[in-house]
Design a protein around this ligand. Structure first.
Ligand code: NAD
Length: 454
């Protein structure tokens, strides 16, 4: 028998009992999840510090607080989202009514990366629970202490037949991916996203893929340059640049680039220099990523550049005069290194970015609405912000997800519920009348259709 097949079967059986589907069960499960996280809150913060030196305040803000907020928001709106929805019925169906029933998929698999190891495992789980599914979680092996605490949280909150967290590396994923899940929610690199989708295809399992990419920050000559610099370096160097929606590179109008870099250096120093000096700046998750990133620090380094192999720390680094041939422009940076490129015309910049794979996020800094609209409408990307970075992610009213190389599907807030829900369309037909038009012996069939569908 395949590894985890027994766990999968127990979840399937529990799902088929129907217990996970009632609204009261789902609300209670969300409450229980919150209680259990609270119980392990301190252990979770310790674990994040241990795994990659993530500061407690930042960890609370971007991981735990975020998850509490999602749980609260979901509990508040769940009844309304889960309601069966009556929709219009056309005249061709006279006498009948039409409804959309909300139905969970069944047994779901959630695979998460290491960069926000708690948030990216538990935020999708909120969607899975709220829609009435069972779930097997697979946190990243690169943050093993956090993965251990996640297991404890789930064990305290739920029986394994409902929600279970599985620890392990690639073989564990491969083993899980061989099972006929009813839905797979994967967050991680585009490379592994392809592997997940291939495995899912064997069972025709639907997937959400939350992937990465090179997210640009475009700064036009009409931008508030100082504010742009401040918001770009904040979004970039947060979590040591290991954020899927971090600005990956800056593409600035040549006319304001010098001024922009001046302010970027100022704010990087202000926000992060002390942390780097005192050893509290977050480190790179492992040796491989550290070495990869170190190799990207080349050319005209105008800020930072220091690396500390003993602690796997890289100083926030800004590189000027970069072009598309630079090593840092070949793949997603995913670390505290920010290349700056310049353009002479915004139209040309738009064409350049359109030539790259569709990014997960895009940021445009300008005070001209028409410029912002032009960028938004001309370039395909997941989502983003005008005059800000990263912050769009924490608005539960906005769906979050990529397209093309940066993924498929969306979640957060109501969209998480929708992602884990199948909409079952039902026509409730009357038995009081039976119009003859549709039947082959009706002479009126052709006439009726011609009249109604002309
Ligand atoms: P990763 O793809 O290497 O790992 C993610 C998960 O996949 C882990 O649980 C890992 O065990 C598993 N995995 C790795 N190799 C596998 C294989 N061959 N077969 C099956 N499973 C495998 O990603 P990562 O390095 O942990 O995370 C970084 C990437 O994730 C970046 O590209 C980043 O942009 C992206 N990301 C995207 C989002 C988003 O919401 N869109 C959020 C965070 C990170």
């Amino acid at each position: 028998m395949k590894m985890y097949e027994s766990l999968f079967n127990r979840q399937k059986q529990f799902y088929q009992s129907g217990r996970t589907k009632t609204l009261s069960f789902r609300i209670e499960a969300l409450k229980q999840l919150k209680r259990s996280i609270r119980y392990y809150e301190s252990a979770l913060l310790d674990a994040m510090e241990k795994d990659f030196n993530k500061g407690r305040a930042e960890a609370y803000l971007t991981e735990i607080g975020y998850v509490y907020n999602e749980i609260n928001y979901t509990m508040k709106h769940l009844e309304e989202w889960a309601e069966t929805k009556k929709v219009k019925t056309p005249a061709t169906h006279i006498g009948s009514t039409s409804k959309i029933y909300k139905e969970p998929y069944g047994v779901t698999l959630i695979i998460a990366p290491w960069n926000y190891p708690f948030n990216l495992t538990v935020a999708p789980l909120i969607g899975a629970i709220s829609a009435g599914n069972t779930a097997i979680l697979k946190p990243s092996e690169h943050t093993p202490t956090v993965a251990g605490v996640i297991s404890n949280i789930m064990t305290l909150a739920f029986p394994e037949k409902y929600v279970a967290s599985v620890e392990g590396g690639i073989e564990t994923n491969q083993s899980l991916l061989s099972l006929p899940f009813n839905y797979i929610f994967y967050t991680g690199s585009s490379h592994v996203g392809r592997i997940v989708m291939e495995s899912a295809a064997r069972h025709l399992t639907p997937v959400t893929l939350e992937l990465g990419g090179k997210s640009p920050a475009i700064v036009t000559k009409h931008a508030d340059v100082k504010l742009a610099a401040k918001r770009i370096v904040w979004g970039k160097f947060l979590n040591a640049g290991q954020t899927c929606v971090a600005p990956d590179f800056v593409y600035a109008d040549a006319k304001i680039k010098k001024k922009l870099i001046h302010h970027m250096k100022y704010y990087t120093e202000k926000f992060y220099a002390e942390a780097f000096k005192t050893g509290t700046y977050m480190n790179i998750v492992n040796q491989n990523h550290f070495e990869r990133l170190r190799g990207l620090i080349q050319g005209n380094v105008v800020y930072g550049g220091t690396t500390r192999p003993a602690t796997l720390t890289i100083e926030p680094t800004i590189i000027d005069d970069v072009d598309f041939g630079h090593d840092a422009m070949q793949e997603e940076v995913f670390g505290p290194i920010l290349p700056v490129l310049q353009f002479e015309s915004l139209d040309k910049a738009i064409l350049d970015i359109r030539d790259l794979p569709d990014p997960l996020a895009l940021y445009v800094f300008t005070d001209r609405k028409s410029e912002a609209k032009n960028v938004i409408r001309s370039i395909p990307f997941g989502g983003g912000a005008v005059n800000d970075t990263v912050f769009h992610l924490v608005n539960p009213h906005l769906p979050f997800g990529g397209r093309g190389n940066s993924g498929m599907g969306k979640y957060h807030g109501r969209y998480s519920f929708d992602t884990f829900t199948h909409e079952k369309s039902i026509l409730h037909q009357t038995t009081c009348i039976d119009f003859p038009f549709r039947y082959p012996d009706s002479k009126l069939l052709g006439k009726a259709i011609k009249y109604l569908w002309k």
